[in-house]
Design a protein around this ligand. Sequence first.
Ligand SMILES: Cc1cc2nc3c(=O)[nH]c(=O)nc-3n(C[C@H](O)[C@H](O)[C@H](O)COP(=O)(O)OP(=O)(O)OC[C@H]3O[C@@H](n4cnc5c(N)ncnc54)[C@H](O)[C@@H]3O)c2cc1C
Length: 267
Amino acid sequence: MGLRTNLDRLRAVEIASIQRDSKITYTITFRDEACSKAEPGQFVMLWVPSENECPMSLSEISQYVSVTVRPVGRGTMKICGKREGEKLWVRGPYGRGFTILGYSNLLVGGGTGIAPLIPLAEKSAKSGRDVTLLLAGQSADSIPLLSRAKGLRKLGVRLVYATEDGTLGFKGVATELLKKLLRKHKFDQIYTCGPELMIKRVYQLASANNIPVQASLERYMRCGINLCGSCAIGRYLVCRDGPVFDSSILKNVEGELGRFRRTPRSF
Ligand SMILES: Cc1cc2nc3c(=O)[nH]c(=O)nc-3n(C[C@H](O)[C@H](O)[C@H](O)COP(=O)(O)OP(=O)(O)OC[C@H]3O[C@@H](n4cnc5c(N)ncnc54)[C@H](O)[C@@H]3O)c2cc1C
């Protein structure tokens, strides 16, 4: 099968900056015209020679774009070992991003799942929405993009934190804090990204409160363009039908969330 569009062609981009933005992540910034027109929640396929491509959410979308990468395996370690001025290869952006609906919106991000919520919070606040951003991690220094998030306060974004060791904000996991917030506030829409078990619980709590959810899912993904089927969840493909899924689809895959996933060893 040939290339479908120009977006499927790998483009070399020069790294404008690479910064360690938390104990667990590096944020890499570059210029790319196609990515600068992406929607929050869309992802790119990143490649460095000799490694598999890695799907990555865009964590900044403007004239410059960024990805925020946690080094977990060969591809991501090589990407995070790059320096300013060196090259990366990128294709996309791909997938369905978040749709901004409702007025009073809560964004719940855990770990690297915070990445796509930062441009979403920015765009939502700029369009006049009331935005609360819940950032969760094991400790204060392991919350990705904390200083970028703090910068969103000037747009009126409210920040709340949950850390497992209690070094910032609520001591506990994201969903315990979410339960407390839901008792006090009425939200029109909840957006979430992070570990699947967290997403599952966010979906269950939101549904019990009749609040629609949009969740960005991460599954092991190889092609990103609906060719290989490796990112299947239920009868959906994360690359084609997601990565952002709303409550109407989450209810069909709820049983699979956090239970079963393919890994590179599944092939
Ligand atoms: C739509 C989407 C958006 C993503 N956004 C981000 C992001 O913003 N920041 C970030 O750090 N990571 C993100 N990921 C996860 C990232 O793509 C993987 O961590 C990366 O591809 C691992 O590649 P590797 O070669 O380093 O590791 P490998 O050697 O391939 O694998 C190392 C470990 O990571 C797991 N893994 C591999 N691929 C994935 C995957 N796609 N999702 C979850 N676990 C995986 C493997 O099962 C294995 O345990 C995203 C994934 C998807 C599908």
